[in-house]
Design a protein around this ligand. Structure first.
Ligand SMILES: [Zn+2]
Length: 637
């Protein structure tokens, strides 16, 4: 969608040096234009939140976070109230202050709840107010928090709580302007049960894991609200390198540290291409298995699923991905959720580059190949409107945009530019792009203008014969970003290793090769996935049993391979994997695995019956985000 949608406000002239000492913040606002965000009630063009100070008590008995959020505001329209986003918050009172010391009660109103957006909160502001303090509690059903019983953890002794704020779930535990273009710094004091450790996406995380139930944190760089994150549990820390380390439950610590050993190397490799890592430390938090995503790039502390702990570092592309977000997403952020592809396409492209730098080009090609295949599978099922990078999400749940289109089509677009202009020139462009937009939230239109000016319009010689791929022009860029499908200039990842795998699979299928003669010893997870994906639909339970007998796939122990195998088991009606399927779906809450398995089950009446039986047991352990995805699929009487 085009520029007409952007409501442009000129901030530059409206500011004196009146507010705070935030010369820096003011500088940012001078530059920032506000886009229309369909997923927020906030009015940053009138009143903008710049800092959030949290004072929280975490109660596992009540399943609530209770306390205050004190918001520093900058006002450009003195007559406007402060508009905030909330979802199911129990608001006790709102107060304002002119000096930050004395607070006086003010009136506020909570609007009707929208099923995606939650409720607007309107706070009346006296003329001199510069801070707003809200006393509130989150709901036990807060969409951005998950409360785990001890039984749902690895250690089984202590409860666990973690947040997941992307896309618009921060509002379910903080009243704030929950739009990615309203960047804030934050500070927090968090009180927990004395024997548990709290960690946040900020400075202040304890490496000694010393516990007293009272923790303080500070994020001094302005971040979009969806990056505010907290976890509380029986956590321990282990260092991985100078700037890197891992937090997880004690019983997971050694395994996690082994799997994530290359993290520091990845930071160094990424800095070499894209410039300095701007966040100080890069730690990871390995969560219990109900975490709905693979990872979440919370700054300074990536949250990760334990399903990447495979014992052989084969699934650490996820770390490369979350680390890449330290540049694309956290440093330069999508201004609204329709610009999500800017976060994820860039990040997926960089993920593959990090994989190449650490594990070599063949591995990059394998992972890119699998990524493109997964994209093509999705495109085969999507309507045109969902195949567009700059997707229209008005009136929809922003989570609807979290598809391979944003990730893999986006990554192919950036790879296309790399292949067209050559690596050196394109890397220079990206490095400068990050530097020029550091700590800003930008729209697709801003990106396209920058791309045109700094790369496309320069008319550099390309590495392609233009008869095969047209030299990028505004038209080709528009085709990639604003049109459905995959342009014919889309790159083709190629893997010799995969060709070998496919050849052997073919020989097995046509009976010229036995399974025992296939050379699988040195196969990576990616080669196994390719091998299994080469098996045609409907190839039968007999062959499934043969494969299982030869390779023990029902007990693979590697989450990606098991997922692929279980998906095939449902398709082929291979009942020997039934028990494992049920256990897998109860154990793991990662949406990437859970959703397609239920989709496959739901395709037949018998499958739906099984889905209902399993879901009755697995649903209580899922995160609200996974629950709402599966609720839409599994329909039981
Ligand atoms: Zn991502």
């Amino acid at each position: 969608m085009q520029k007409s949608l952007a409501m442009i406000f000129g901030f530059a002239l409206l500011f004196g040096a009146v507010f705070f000492d935030q010369a820096n913040a003011q500088n940012m606002m001078n530059k920032q234009k506000m886009a229309e965000d369909f997923h927020s009630y906030a009015n940053p063009q009138d009143v903008m939140v710049k800092h959030v100070d949290l004072d929280w008590t975490v109660s596992f008995e009540e399943k609530t976070i209770r306390g205050t959020a004190t918001l520093d505001i900058v006002r450009t329209n003195k007559n406007a109230p402060l508009m905030l986003d909330t979802r199911e918050l129990k608001i006790e009172k709102a107060e304002t202050s002119a000096d930050g010391k004395t607070f006086k009660a003010t009136t506020f109103e909570i609007g009707a709840a929208d099923k995606f957006l939650g409720s607007a909160m309107t706070v009346q502001l006296p003329p001199d107010a510069s801070k707003v303090k809200i006393t509130y509690a989150s709901s036990p059903n807060a969409s951005g928090l998950q409360w785990l019983s001890p039984a749902q953890t690895a250690g089984k002794k202590e409860p666990f709580m973690f947040s997941q704020a992307q896309a618009i779930h921060a509002r379910s535990f903080i009243p704030l302007q929950d739009s990615p273009q309203v960047r804030v710094t934050y500070s927090a004091r968090v009180r927990t049960p004395k024997n548990l450790l709290a960690v946040m996406s900020a400075g202040g995380n304890s490496q000694t894991s010393a516990r007293n139930g009272d923790y303080r944190f500070s994020m001094t760089k302005a971040i979009p609200p969806y990056l505010i994150a907290i976890a509380v549990g029986d956590l321990k820390f282990k260092s991985l390198g100078k700037r890197t380390g891992v937090y997880t439950e004690p019983s997971m610590l050694e395994k996690s540290a082994f799997e994530l050993a290359d993290t520091e190397k990845m930071v160094i490799a990424t800095e070499k291409i894209y410039g300095q890592y701007e966040w100080g430390r890069y730690d990871l938090l390995v969560l219990p298995p109900s975490f709905p995503f693979g990872g979440m790039e919370n700054p300074m502390l990536t949250f990760a699923t334990p399903t990447i702990i495979a014992g052989d570092k084969s699934l650490v592309a996820l770390v490369a991905h979350e680390l890449a977000h330290s540049w694309s997403g956290n440093l330069v952020t999508n201004a609204t959720w329709r610009d999500f592809w800017l976060n994820e396409g860039t990040t997926t492209y960089i993920e593959y580059r990090i994989i190449e730098a650490i594990y070599g080009k063949p591995r990059r090609e394998m992972e890119s190949y699998l990524g493109k295949r997964s994209l093509l599978d999705e495109l085969a099922q999507f309507e045109d409107k969902d195949e567009i990078l700059h997707i229209d999400l008005k009136g929809r749940d922003p989570d609807d945009g979290m598809t391979d289109v944003a990730y893999e089509k986006g990554a192919l677009f950036f790879r296309h530019l790399e292949e067209t202009y050559g690596r050196e020139r394109f890397d220079n462009f990206m490095r400068t792009y990050f530097k020029d937009h550091a700590f800003q939230s930008i729209t697709t239109e801003t990106f396209v203008e920058y791309l045109m000016k700094n790369l496309i319009d320069k008319k550099y010689p390309t590495t392609y014969a233009s008869s095969i791929y047209p030299t990028p022009s505004r038209e080709t860029i528009n085709e990639w970003i604003y049109k459905p499908g995959l342009p014919k200039s889309a790159p083709e990842p190629k893997s010799d290793a995969f060709n070998q795998v496919a050849m052997q699979a073919k020989e097995y299928l046509n009976g010229t090769k036995t399974l025992s003669s296939i050379q699988t010893k040195a196969w990576t997870t990616q080669e196994w996935l390719h091998f299994l994906q080469t098996m045609p639909d409907g190839f039968g339970t007999e062959k499934m049993a043969e494969l299982d007998k030869a390779f023990n796939l029902t007990k693979a122990g590697n989450s990606e391979i098991e997922f692929q195998w279980l998906l095939m088991s449902i398709r082929e009606n291979y009942t020997a994997a039934d028990a494992r399927l049920e256990a897998f779906l109860i154990e793991i809450g990662r949406r990437k695995f859970v959703r397609p398995l239920f989709v496959e089950l739901a395709k037949t009446p018998e499958g739906m019956k099984r889905a209902c039986e399993i879901y009755a047991k697995s649903r209580p352990g899922y995160h609200p985000i996974t629950q709402s995805s599966v609720d839409a699929i599994v329909k039981c009487n």
